[in-house]
Design a protein. Structure first.
Length: 145
């Protein structure tokens, strides 16, 4: 049985490091704005063990016209928990939070390999692909909240 709860930013590092920043220093897991009062982090747990995470930032992209936008960042599920629907559960929890916060649009930078996952959840690509540091090609994806 899995449960989702809000967690402090530091608890996300247990998933951010191996999934999103393998081989990099722990400091690479700190995202600008992680500890702002408007930022929320969710973890999905199997018992006491964290299996995946997503962070929700109140942030806007100029690609969208909506006034109140939220950005998903650091969406990740540990390898041993992938392909079990946990990522979808995390995104849905983030979407619910954004709706209650009055969000009008949700957006994020999706790694090229994740575009299909988000497309199935109703997200669309906007703008042109771009390379993010040494991480690789990304696409901005969005949907109305």
């Amino acid at each position: 049985m899995y449960s989702i709860k809000q967690i402090p930013s530091k608890e996300t590092f247990a998933v951010r490091l191996p999934v999103l920043r393998p081989g990099k220093p722990i400091e690479s897991c700190i995202f600008e704005g992680d500890d702002l009062p408007s930022t929320v982090h969710f973890g999905i747990f199997e018992g006491e063990k964290i299996a995946g995470i997503v962070s929700v930032f109140e942030a806007a992209t100029p690609l969208l016209p909506q006034q109140k936008q939220f950005q998903l960042r650091g969406m990740a599920v540990l390898d041993s928990y992938q392909k079990k629907g946990l990522g979808e559960k995390l995104v849905k929890a983030a979407e619910e939070y954004i709706k209650t916060a009055g969000g009008e649009a949700i957006w994020f930078n999706a790694r090229e390999i994740a575009v299909g996952f988000y497309d199935k959840m109703g997200y669309k690509i906007i703008g042109n692909p771009f390379t993010l540091g040494d991480i690789g090609i990304h696409h901005v994806m969005y949907r109305e909240a």
